[in-house]
Design a protein around this ligand. Structure first.
Ligand code: AMP
Ligand code: GLY
Length: 446
């Protein structure tokens, strides 16, 4: 825990300085909404922020409980979260998952005068509706895959034959990554299209984009935006990117596929037009825009998807690379003054390896005891530790699994290979019956 002690010392020094200046600013009281590894990473980043005095999380996990107070309020219960924020008199709410944003949590918080990091419900439609996101990209001429909207009277065979396989079929619902099927099997594609049309009334059939994926998290408000270091997720459950899609089995940052010239193109062709559009809306977008990218062999970027929140597990490798005060940065965006904020980033590399429950991404076994999660490595400049996700304490106070993605081992080092070795050294110390992880995280960069 040396790293955190140093930061607390720094915090005390800052507080002393303020006392000396006779202008004591009270520290921020922050409420984090959510319960995953992303929220534990946010809590660690905020606990290292000199501006932050206390952290509350709802509902949180066993990791966030070590950094503040967990409240048994589900993230999906927007009214209860808003009531909690009022009761606690928080200075800032940081919303982790997309569902409460789509349901209007930021709208309600702002009505009550509470700064919320996360867009209002209309802005959240960029993730809430893939059709809306597509229409927006078309309107703004942002590069993305071609799409056909299929309805009950559409000729599905003809639609499929217009694109070469593999086919990408997307339901227009929030389905935590499970509403998308990518398949080269004609029958499977046809069946998923028919099922989706029956359930939802229509479905999106997209052209398959080739290249390498990357995630760019952009903190934005009407005054400006900040691109965080680009990262790369590993969405498939199996090594070599095989098997079904998951929420993400590991990530690393910075992602070398996003070279300086690719980044310039992403900014010019994707981020600038979207920011220009969002800043001119009656209610501007305040929060993070997650740009899911496909970079082709020529370095041309296209948008695979937008999310309106931090990525999980991208956050676990991005937050450790932010050197400046995370609390101040998120508050600045929530208050519409990010243009005045000057961030600094580390030039180190970070990697995180997710440990998942038996069965994940299908129905997962939970309630099993976890040990070894307190292992920490500090060797020279290498730091490695655990981000908890689907964890909780049972009646005996033992740490048990409570979700599909249970925790991740995260490491930060000057060189990516050292970070990868340290993350795997931690993951091998953790015991959870039936758990699994990918052994090839960051392989594209190594
Ligand atoms: P989405 O929920 O839209 O991010 O899709 C989930 C995953 O499916 C993405 O991370 C990609 O790996 C894959 N995918 C989605 N759309 C496409 C596309 N048009 N071309 C290739 N792969 C895609
Ligand atoms: N890691 C992918 C996501 O957060 O959507």
């Amino acid at each position: 825990m040396i790293l955190f002690r140093i930061s607390r010392d720094l915090r005390l020094q800052c507080i002393n300085l303020l006392v000396d200046c006779d202008s004591v600013m009270p520290g921020l009281k922050v409420l984090i909404v959510g319960s995953g590894g992303r929220e534990h990473a946010l809590a660690i980043g905020l606990s290292n922020s000199p501006s932050v005095e206390s952290i509350h999380t709802c509902p949180g996990n066993a990791g966030t409980a070590m950094l503040g107070v967990n409240h048994a309020v589900p993230a999906s219960d927007v009214n209860a979260v808003v009531e909690l924020a009022i009761e606690l008199s928080v200075d800032l709410v940081v919303v982790g998952p997309e569902a409460p944003l789509v349901s209007g949590i930021s709208d309600s918080l702002r009505e009550k005068g509470i700064p919320s990091f996360g867009p209002h419900s209309e802005g959240a439609e960029l993730e809430g509706s893939k059709l809306h996101a597509k229409q927006m990209m078309e309107q703004l001429r942002i590069p993305t895959a071609g799409v056909q909207i299929l309805k009950p009277d559409s000729d599905i065979d003809a639609a499929l034959s217009r694109y070469s396989p593999p086919w990408v079929i997307k339901r227009d619902v929030l389905a935590a990554g499970k509403g998308v099927v990518v398949t080269s099997n004609f029958q499977e594609a046809n069946a998923f299209i028919q099922e989706s049309i029956t359930t939802d009334g229509f479905v999106l059939l997209e052209e398959f984009l080739t290249g390498e994926e990357a995630s760019m998290l952009v903190i934005m408000d009407e005054s400006g935006y900040i691109c965080l270091p680009a990262s790369q997720d590993h969405k498939r459950v199996g090594e070599g990117d095989t098997g079904p899609n998951t929420g993400g089995m590991g990530a690393y940052a910075p992602a070398p596929v996003v070279t300086d010239s690719v980044k310039q193109r992403v900014i010019q062709e994707i981020v600038n037009p979207m920011h220009h559009h969002l800043r001119n809306q009656p209610i501007p977008y305040r929060g993070v825009l997650y740009v899911g990218l496909m970079i082709n062999d020529e370095g041309a970027p296209s948008v695979v998807e937008y999310n309106v929140r931090f990525g999980d597990p991208e956050t676990q490798v991005t937050i450790p690379l932010i050197e400046s005060d995370l609390g101040e940065m998120l508050l600045a965006a929530a208050e519409g003054r990010i243009a005045d904020y000057q961030p600094t980033f580390s030039n180190k590399s970070a990697v995180t390896v997710v440990l998942a429950s038996e069965g994940y991404p299908g129905p997962s076994k939970t309630g099993r005891e976890i040990t070894g999660e307190n292992t920490r490595i500090e060797e020279g400049e290498i730091v490695a530790f655990v981000h908890q996700a689907g964890t909780s304490r049972n009646d005996e106070g033992k740490l048990v699994s409570s979700g599909g993605r249970v925790l991740s081992a995260t490491a930060v080092a000057s060189e990516l290979p050292s970070a990868v070795d340290a993350a795997y050294a931690i993951i091998e110390e953790i015991n959870l019956q039936g758990s699994h992880y990918r052994g090839d995280i960051a392989y594209r960069a190594l």
